[in-house]
Design a protein around this ligand. Structure first.
Ligand SMILES: Cc1ncc(COP(=O)(O)O)c(C=O)c1O
Length: 464
């Protein structure tokens, strides 16, 4: 097999079989087009470049291109590059093409929980900081480095988290992750290595977090939740309890002060850990932000944060602030799970340092608060009998549906008919769905221009 390195385009051309080099070249290109390896419209190297790379006479390549054009495989025009002809359908390659993975279309009206308004992503500020990060980055930033992440970002996060969330965050304790999801996986693996066999997670909680723990070989026990947040009665033997103290996900309670101390006390007494998932801690509307639990005992609480709600989930940027004993093992787990791109880390560090991150969060807090108020107005008019939960913070609230039956499913079906994206409480519970039914209404995901219309549609669904 020979590989050609044309001046600007590479083309892998195996010159095999009998009949001379020109015939072999024609056969190789014909096969590549038929099999779909060279797609319609794909540009080929110039005959001069390909001839040089393959050690052929230029005329031989030109003749092969001419022959393939005559057969309809290539299109050649004087002065233009040779291309694979348009409209060719490759023969079925070996084995059928894989079925595309199902990806549900975005609903016309989007009230799904868990997503920020990505239309408000600060593109200009991000582009500026990314450009600056690239210009200023030392060469070693392009080579890899510390599995805990860039020191610049860990430093910026340490002061940001101390200032805004009351986290005791020495940069040496921070591991930058590709979102909370990867952080949780790394933590679960590190705990498993330490001999932990099971952990507790709130019931209800985000379902994929249970799958992550199970995938890392840990059993998951439910931790009940009521109006004061997680009930601090952790099953005996659990190595960790994963909780959302600032705004329980999805029910929305704030963990009561006595329970905060009780949970931390449980971890201390049992040599266990509390994992504090602070996924939307920046968004609190009705009173002073609730500080992080981690501040009570940094050696028994792992603080976990993410840029998925403040900036965008696709950035895949998150962070763990760890007890000393876990730094090494989580950094090792993180290394196995793959790095988080350094340039994005440097850009986030610069965004935080420059104040642009705070400004963006403040702007979004106002926007989400306005949207929450509009949602509450609508609910007061169209569904005044339904109890709302978790309205003081975050990007979603829960509408309780009394009475059992199939009310949740009925409403979700009605929403789907109107292309309204909405979640029910069902999948968040650990086990079979209890009688407590509800809708989880996200007020952040919708584009701004469509939000009021989405609320109307919700009103129709609830009022019908
Ligand atoms: C409860 C909860 N925790 C954490 C996250 C953030 O996950 P990630 O940082 O992996 O995007 C989310 C996002 O939807 C969430 O709902």
């Amino acid at each position: 097999m020979e590989k050609s390195w044309a001046s600007s385009l590479d083309l892998l051309v195996p010159l095999e079989g009998g009949g001379g080099r020109r015939a072999a070249l024609e056969r190789a290109i014909r096969d590549a087009v038929r099999a779909g390896r060279l797609g319609a419209g794909e540009r080929l190297p110039s005959s001069r470049a390909l001839a040089r790379d393959l050690g052929l006479a230029r005329g031989t390549v030109a003749e092969a291109y001419g022959q393939l054009a005559a057969e309809g495989y290539l299109s050649t025009r004087p002065g233009a590059p040779t291309r694979v002809a348009a409209g060719l359908h490759p023969a079925e390659p070996n084995g059928a093409a894989p079925d595309p993975l199902p990806s549900p279309p975005r609903p016309r009206f989007d009230l799904r929980a868990g997503l920020p308004d990505v239309g408000a992503f600060p593109r200009s500020a991000w582009a500026r900081t990314l450009r600056r990060a690239l210009a200023d980055a030392p060469d070693d930033a392009l080579a890899g480095g510390d599995p805990r992440g860039r020191a610049e970002l860990r430093g910026a996060l340490a002061s940001y988290l101390g200032r805004t969330r009351g986290v005791l965050a020495d940069p040496e304790r921070i591991v930058v992750t590709s979102g909370f999801t990867q952080g949780l996986l790394g933590l679960c693996r590190a705990l498993r290595e330490e001999g932990v066999r099971f952990l507790a997670m709130e019931d209800p909680c985000l379902w994929h977090q249970r799958d992550i723990a199970a995938g890392a070989g840990l059993r998951v026990a439910p931790l009940a939740v009521d109006d004061e947040g997680a009930v601090p009665e952790v099953p005996a033997g659990a190595g960790a309890a994963v909780v959302t103290p600032a705004h329980q996900f999805p029910l929305g309670a704030t963990l009561a002060p006595a329970r905060r101390s009780a949970l931390v006390g449980w971890a201390r007494d049992n040599g266990a850990l509390v994992v504090e998932d602070d996924y939307d801690g920046e968004f609190r509307y009705d009173r002073q932000p609730v500080g992080a639990l981690q501040g009570l005992d940094p050696e028994h609480v792992v603080y976990a944060g993410t840029a998925s709600k403040t900036l965008a989930p696709a950035l895949r940027l998150g962070w763990l602030v760890l007890p000393r004993r876990l730094i090494q093992s989580v950094a090792e787990a993180k290394q196995l799970l793959g790095g988080t791109p350094n340039l994005e880390q440097l850009a986030l560090a610069e965004l935080i340092r420059s104040g642009a991150f705070d400004r963006h969060v403040r702007r979004m807090r106002q926007r989400y608060r306005r949207r929450r108020d509009l949602l509450l107005e609508l609910l007061a008019k169209r569904a005044s009998k339904l109890r709302t939960r978790g309205v003081a913070a975050g990007l979603h609230l829960v509408l309780e549906l009394p009475g059992g039956g199939d009310r949740e499913d009925e409403l979700l079906a009605r929403a789907a008919e109107r292309s309204l994206g909405l979640l029910g409480l069902g999948p968040f519970w650990h086990g079979a769905r209890p009688e407590r039914q509800g809708l989880v209404v996200g007020y952040a995901a919708s584009p701004e221009h469509n939000y009021r219309r989405s609320l109307h549609v919700l009103g129709d669904v609830l009022g019908a």
